[in-house]
Design a protein around this ligand. Structure first.
Ligand SMILES: NCc1[nH]cc(CCC(=O)O)c1CC(=O)O
Length: 307
């Protein structure tokens, strides 16, 4: 391909590293890539994300830039993508995901279990807040937001005892050594799609759809598709108190997909926790059925209960 491919990216450190990584992957396929900065409402407005329509605000500005031709492709954190597909936008690649777990960054190298009662733990995520409360450790959950550096800074400055964030974000910024505990998914299920990247381009740009599809990882796509079907079936958004993690592993009779999910009341006092498994080729069916079972168990009403 002789054209220079324009990759739209937000200006945050996480967004530029994610875009930089994908730019290198596309260059390795033998193409020229140029990064183009696009600003979004979520970057400009510092208010609570939930009031801006969730992390979808990060996504729509990049999609607008794609549709009006300012850029040719874009990279998103998959967990920030709404589950409803966008008109004219294709998702040709979901590269192999990295560690999907959340991590704790605490003062003095502490783990969750070592934090004294009353410790202040920061997160802006209802999912993390509810799961933290559900542990019954007497921690005080403090609502915060901001980029990864800002959030970790609140621990360094002593304003908070700890924060919980996506390990993938820390890894991408080369700061994984600052995590003081990798949280076991039994305690803290990640957001559907966490740790995975989504590469989007115009559906009509068939040449680029074809080229980018070389970066797709089938096992990751099956896992995140399944997780996102749970989210969609529960008609929940990316800021719902819902965690889901699927993995594709080699079983006795070939590859098997396995998923665990939890829906919580805002204060974490009540939970619906379920799991399912099946063939990776049935990822959508497995996620949809699991979501329906959770619905039948009252998960939707639960998630509406306030923090
Ligand atoms: N909510 C914002 C967001 N979107 C993606 C990541 C991290 C990277 C990822 O999960 O892929 C983060 C930061 C965080 O949750 O700590």
């Amino acid at each position: 391909m002789t054209r220079v491919l324009r990759l739209g990216t937000r200006a945050s450190a996480l967004a530029t590293t994610q875009s930089g990584t994908v730019a290198e992957m596309v260059r390795a396929l033998g193409h020229e890539v140029e990064l183009v900065h696009v600003s979004t409402e979520g970057d400009v407005n510092r208010g609570p994300l939930a009031q801006m329509g969730g992390t979808g605000v990060f996504v729509s500005a990049l999609r607008d830039a794609l549709l009006d031709g300012r850029v040719d492709f874009a990279v998103h954190s998959l967990k920030d993508l709404p589950t409803t597909p966008a008109e004219g936008i294709a998702l040709p690649a979901i590269p192999r995901r990295e560690d999907p777990r959340d991590v704790l960054v605490a003062r003095d190298g502490l783990t969750l279990g070592e934090l004294p009662v009353g410790s202040r733990v920061g997160t802006g995520s209802p999912r993390r807040a509810a799961q933290l409360s559900a542990l019954g450790l007497g921690l005080e959950v403090v609502a915060i937001r901001g980029n990864v550096g800002t959030r970790i800074g609140k621990v360094a400055s002593g304003e908070l005892d700890a924060v919980v964030l996506a390990g993938a974000g820390l890894n991408r910024l080369g700061r994984s050594d600052e995590a003081t505990e990798l949280l076991d998914p039994i305690q803290m299920l990640p957001a559907p799609g966490q740790g995975a990247l989504a590469i989007e381009c115009r559906t009509a740009d068939t040449e680029l759809v074809e080229l980018l599809s070389a970066l797709d990882d089938a096992a990751t796509r099956a896992a995140v598709l399944c997780e996102r079907r749970v989210l969609a079936t529960l008609e929940a958004g990316c800021s719902a108190p819902l965690g889901a993690l699927a993995e594709v592993a080699e079983g006795d009779s070939g590859e098997e997909l396995w998923i665990r999910a939890v829906a919580l009341s805002g204060d974490g006092s009540r939970t619906v926790r379920m799991s399912a498994s099946g063939l990776p080729g049935d990822a959508v069916g497995i996620g949809t059925r699991l979501g329906s079972e959770m619905l039948a168990a009252g998960a939707a009403e639960l998630m509406e209960e306030p923090a």
